[in-house]
Design a protein around this ligand. Structure first.
Ligand SMILES: Cc1cc2nc3c(=O)[nH]c(=O)nc-3n(C[C@H](O)[C@H](O)[C@H](O)COP(=O)(O)OP(=O)(O)OC[C@H]3O[C@@H](n4cnc5c(N)ncnc54)[C@H](O)[C@@H]3O)c2cc1C
Length: 502
């Protein structure tokens, strides 16, 4: 955001409470996040950042920045304390590929390296950067904001015409302006516990997974069980990020606030995870988050705005923190492009607030339904398809230069799919096992068909969804495009496997 504002001609100061490199969580990208990053780099002339939007270009340009290969989303279902059911391997997994090969694959961002690199780039562009700042007061007026505090024991005061808060949930403005929290309706109270590890082994690719659409560990791996789930994200520097998110009920059962002991208790209840972590060591202190979700009652003021990442957060289950934040950066950039003296500033900020909140609410409705159905994995998988169908449609529409077809995250305000999707998610909050669930799964597959460009609505006994160009070509009319337009898109975005050079 700071780099874009600088490119737009503003005088920019970037303020950080800590010091880079610093460890933060939130690592796994998605096709939509990478596409947004790519678009922003093109539009605002940020060529040094652009290679980070794909595994292949990242590896060629910046091998020193830690990165993980993410070919897709892997989900495994477990019953705590029970061995995995090897007789029904496909029942208990869902593999959704996000890319056809490694070159254009998504990534996990090793944030200590990644964020330091972004800050260095910002400084090179001329953004003033001050770290170890501590602000006690923020005064917002009609014409700007003043931050008062200290840096290294010296008083510091900064006047700005506009203040963008990128300090995460319950961050700077939340405290300084005493902003209230908004409840996320029907969302369960959840907690998280996580760390970074060395020595995590890679399970052998045998039996059921030998012919999977991508190596299942080169992905965001989700281990789902009643009332919670654990993530495993592997980086190329020997470090693995892993953690657990759980409802308050399970979290208190596992005593997540006890950190390492709780993590080992969880591993003890999932044999395949326990094996993977048998020789692992935590290389960061465990961090317990007693409350994971958050939404601010306000997102903008006269001369300030929260980035979506400061306005709210739901859960890492669908890796949607980055795409939501990048959508917000895209919108705020357009507001800055129009100028801070524009007569439309106030209404543009209000619209930004509306969209940010609506997208958070739509995300929280879907993730609440996923939490409600973690014990019913068939329905859980079908609900995930609502997300993957909307995400792949949005990505394709944007790549075709038709963003109007998919203007909202999860297509929540799409004229047909939006309403229908919300009704299905609402039903999923109340349906129990049995006939009602089977009917709902059928209805979900029917609902996604009109926007399905990735073969997700076809019956699929294995729950493996590879990326196949034919699916996109056959869906061209759904994207108001010709087969030629789709073929040219496939060429442009490097869909076809690149030639191997000696
Ligand atoms: C457990 C968990 C897992 C997640 N996993 C994913 C994922 O896999 N994929 C995904 O897309 N998203 C994920 N997210 C969301 C993701 O973390 C955020 O979207 C992302 O970190 C936002 O990046 P950011 O740099 O804007 O904010 P942050 O990473 O929150 O960084 C905020 C910065 O502001 C600084 N700061 C804080 N307070 C102040 C202050 N008062 N003054 C000055 N500086 C301050 C901090 O030191 C920090 O450097 C996850 C979130 C959580 C909690």
């Amino acid at each position: 955001m700071a780099m874009i504002a600088k490119r737009l001609g503003y005088s920019v100061v970037l303020l950080e409470r800590g010091k880079h490199p610093r460890v933060v969580i939130g690592e796994s990208s998605t096709p939509l996040a990478n596409l947004l990053l790519e678009d922003l780099c093109r539009r605002y002339n940020l060529p040094a950042v652009a290679p980070l939007a794909k595994w292949g270009s990242w590896q060629r340009s910046y091998q020193q920045i830690g990165c993980g290969l993410k070919r897709g989303f892997t989900f495994y279902h477990h019953r705590l304390d029970e061995p995995d059911d090897r007789n029904a391997p496909y029942e208990n997994q869902l593999l959704v590929a996000a890319s056809p090969h490694d070159e254009i694959a998504d990534t996990h961002w090793f944030r200590a390296d990644f964020d330091s690199f972004l800050v260095e780039q910002a400084r090179e562009l001329g953004v003033a950067y001050l770290d170890e700042v501590k602000f006690d007061q923020v005064a917002c007026r009609e014409t700007g904001a003043t931050l008062s505090g200290a840096r290294n024991g010296t008083e510091l005061s900064i006047d700005a015409k506009f203040l963008i808060d990128a300090t995460g949930p319950r961050g700077l403005l939340h405290h300084a302006l005493g902003l209230a929290e908004s409840p996320l309706p029907h969302y369960p109270a959840t907690q998280a516990l996580y760390s970074h590890f060395s020595g995590v082994t890679r399970p052998a690719r045998t039996g059921a997974n030998e012919t999977a659409p991508y190596p299942p560990e080169d992905a965001a791996v989700h281990h789902v069980f009643d009332d919670g789930w654990a993530w495993v994200l592997r980086f190329n520097n020997g470090i693995t990020s892993a953690g657990v998110a759980a409802t308050d009920e399970l979290a208190s059962h596992l005593r997540l606030d006890e950190g390492a002991n709780a993590w080992h208790r969880l591993l003890g209840r999932i044999p395949s995870l326990r094996d993977q972590f048998a020789s692992a060591d935590a290389i960061q202190p465990f961090r317990h988050m007693p409350r994971l979700s958050f939404m601010s009652s306000r997102v903008v003021g006269e001369r300030w705005a929260l980035l979506p990442s400061a306005a709210g957060f739901v859960d890492p289950l669908l890796s949607n923190g980055f795409p939501l934040t990048l959508l917000g950066i895209e919108r705020l950039s357009q507001i800055l492009e129009s100028g801070l003296d524009s007569p439309c500033l106030e209404s543009a900020l209000k619209e930004y607030e509306r969209r940010t909140r609506d997208e958070l609410l739509a995300t929280s409705r879907l993730i609440a339904a996923l939490y409600a159905n973690m014990s019913n994995f068939r329905l859980f998988k079908a609900l995930c398809l609502l997300y993957f169908a909307a995400a792949s449609y949005s990505e394709s529409a944007r790549r075709l230069g038709k963003p109007h077809l998919a203007s909202s995250f999860l297509l929540h305000d799409h004229p047909q799919f939006g309403l229908h999707g919300s009704e299905l998610v609402e039903r999923a909050m109340h349906v129990s096992q049995g006939a009602g669930a089977a009917q709902l799964i059928g209805d979900i597959l029917k609902a996604i068909e009109p926007i399905d460009v990735a073969g997700l609505s076809r019956p699929n006994a294995r729950s493996w969804y590879p990326v196949d160009a034919t699916d996109l070509l056959e869906s061209c009319s759904k994207l108001e495009s010709t087969p030629e337009e789709i073929e040219s898109l496939l060429q442009r975005c490097g869909f076809h496997q690149p030639q191997q050079h000696a």
